[in-house]
Design a protein around this ligand. Structure first.
Ligand SMILES: [Zn+2]
Length: 162
């Protein structure tokens, strides 16, 4: 199945969004509405699957998470940037330091420096199967930290501070 086929893009209401043909990132013309349509861990495993839980119709980004209390399970993040909704292993105390893997039994997500929250580490979700460091979503491994950011074509597109 071809992830770059534009006919597989989810339809959205309102103004038709711009689509980066390389990363598959959907961007509304007002720059606010941004949806990840493909995502990969550092080994190229696809993290957006047709059977992933959906958020407003868009399949989410599914990771494998391990907690200090010994629990582990799938965590699905909303692919809509800035949307804090999650499904799966979500009964987690605020501030918990989570271990983030792409898939069960796989390797931890690649790290990219400290998060501005001062507690966590940014982990890379690649937007392309080429695993280009210039096209990534960065997420913090501290539960409750929402300082995620998306970098597309080496430009900082979004910075969300809650
Ligand atoms: Zn953080």
């Amino acid at each position: 199945m071809d992830r770059h086929d534009p006919h597989r893009m989810p339809s959205v209401s309102g103004r038709y969004p711009a689509v980066n043909p390389h990363s598959g990132l959907l961007i509304a013309q007002d720059g606010i509405f941004m949806v990840l349509t493909q995502a990969f861990d550092g080994h190229g495993h696809s993290l957006i699957r047709e059977d992933s839980p959906r958020f407003d119709g868009f399949p989410g980004v599914t990771l494998w998470m391990e907690l200090p209390d010994g629990r582990s399970g799938e965590l699905t993040l909303s692919p809509i940037h800035g949307d804090p909704r999650k499904e799966g292993l979500v009964d987690v105390p605020e501030g918990t330091e989570c271990r983030l893997l792409g898939v069960s039994g796989g390797q931890p997500l690649d790290q990219e420096g400290r998060c501005p929250c001062g507690l966590g580490i940014y982990h890379r979700i690649y937007l392309t199967p080429q695993l280009d460091r210039g096209e990534v979503a960065l997420i913090c491994n501290i539960w409750g930290c929402q300082r995620s950011r998306v970098i597309d074509d080496r430009d900082l597109l979004s910075w969300i501070d809650y």
